[in-house]
Design a protein around this ligand. Structure first.
Ligand SMILES: [Zn+2]
Length: 428
């Protein structure tokens, strides 16, 4: 393996230092280091070294929709975004509801070798919401699944949700809930409010999310199991989570970059690139989500990276699939929305350390330090860049940020001492 000497990076909020990476680990940090003969030198003057980012919520689309994304293309997009691990959602075709499918996804991730791909298992067979999937077999498989989710669908049946929580408690697993009471969102197209009324689109009310979160934190308390709430999108959800955490309930929550920045008024013009589930909400919701991420009621940022093929997205609003790309823009969008309030330490916590803890990914989420695996990303805090959909590594183009000028650029990413991104470009 190549030895690297990284010159003058700030580790999170620290002073500039050199780092030597040898045999996959950080061998040494300090001033004026020499890497020895053959060491490759990377000038990191002005750059910030963060622990490799960890995404709890990625749709890689393989198996089944390789026209929209593959494990490899999604892994490349992730590495370019500064990620070293992503958790792959189970709503593939076939659904990842057996040991066989989760092992397939896990192996595809290992073969691509650009990030660690950690499969999420389905809670119910075929995401059907009727019968528990083989949670134990997925946990015991080579993929060692610890997070289970029917994402895309809500586990709406409270008895099934209770049984799932009871089951995963045995191996410290967690149920990640897509909180959406389906009876309240039948036919919904966007957030229910002033804009939906004006545009004449059926609404997705905030209460459909909040009712499920309230129910599930009570179930988690009753069972004594861990609950994770996917893509929190409303101010009311934040208040329920605040109450649950104050009560000591084992609940964690994520927010997406797009819910931290964009509002439902983007639907004006009916451009389906802004159609997403849960929908973009109001400015007051965005303000509450930002504040909750800063104060820790929301634990992590997760992308909900949801690639879609052109024919599924570039059509009339009602027929378009919900979802947005996220991996390559997440860090920049988070910095734009709340960077000045989070600081680099807050970013490291919300985008790396906390998600790694929740997922049980013990090799990830550690600030670069001697003896640790060299799994980190180097970012340029002074850089600006303009999002060009054609320039993204994802196979899909459905980014809501096309043409937007964003702060912060990922310069390099390392996974166990091997660079996956150098000079802002994927190595393969
Ligand atoms: Zn979802």
């Amino acid at each position: 393996m190549t030895t690297y000497l990284i010159r003058g990076a700030r580790i999170v909020d620290g002073d500039p230092t050199d780092l030597i990476i040898r045999d996959g680990v950080i061998a040494e940090t300090g001033p004026n280091l020499t890497g020895g003969p053959g060491a490759e030198v990377i000038d990191a003057d002005g750059l910030v070294a963060l622990p490799g980012l960890v995404d709890l919520h990625t749709h890689l689309r393989e198996p089944g929709r390789e026209d929209a994304e593959t494990v490899e293309s999604g892994s490349r997009a992730a590495a370019l975004g500064g990620y070293t691990a992503v958790c792959a959602m189970a709503n593939t075709s076939p659904v990842a509801d057996t040991a066989g499918v989760v092992e397939q996804v896990w192996r595809l991730g290992r073969t691509a070798g650009l990030v660690d791909v950690q499969p999420i298992g389905a809670v119910t067979v075929g995401l059907g919401g009727e019968q528990l999937a083989e949670l134990g077999a997925m946990a015991d498989s080579a993929a060692q699944v610890r997070i289970f989710s029917d994402d895309g669908h809500c586990v709406a049946d409270p008895r099934l949700m209770r049984r799932a929580l009871e089951y995963v408690r045995a191996f410290d697993g967690v149920i990640a809930q897509h909180a959406e009471e389906p009876r309240l969102t039948d036919g919904a197209q966007m957030h229910e409010g002033i804009t939906s009324a004006r545009l004449g689109l059926p609404g997705w009310p905030a209460v459909a999310e909040e009712a499920i979160i309230a129910r599930d934190v009570l179930l988690a308390e009753h069972v004594g199991a861990r609950l994770h709430v996917c893509h929190v999108s409303t101010a009311g959800s934040v208040e329920i989570l605040r109450w649950a955490k104050a009560r000591g309930i084992a609940v964690t929550a994520e927010v997406t970059p797009h819910h931290l920045l964009l509002t439902d008024t983007r639907a004006d013009g009916y451009d389906p690139v802004f159609k997403v589930n849960p929908p973009l909400r109001t400015g007051a919701d965005v303000d509450a989500l930002q504040a909750a991420l800063v104060d820790g009621v929301i634990d992590v940022v997760a992308t909900d990276h949801a690639p879609h093929a052109v024919q599924d997205k570039e059509c009339e609003w009602p027929y378009a699939r919900p979802g947005m790309l996220g991996l390559e823009t997440a860090l920049s969008v988070v910095w734009l929305a709340v960077g000045h309030r989070l600081g680099w330490d807050g970013v490291a916590e919300r985008l790396s350390r906390a998600p790694a803890r929740i997922a049980g990914l013990t090799e990830h989420g550690h600030d670069p330090a001697p003896g640790r695996a060299a799994t980190f990303t180097l970012v340029d805090p002074a850089a600006r860049w303009t999002v060009d959909p054609a320039g993204l590594a994802s196979r899909s183009r459905n980014t809501p940020y096309a043409g937007l000028d964003l702060p912060v650029r990922v310069v390099a990413t390392f996974l166990r001492g091997e660079p996956t991104v150098v000079d802002g470009k994927a190595v393969r």
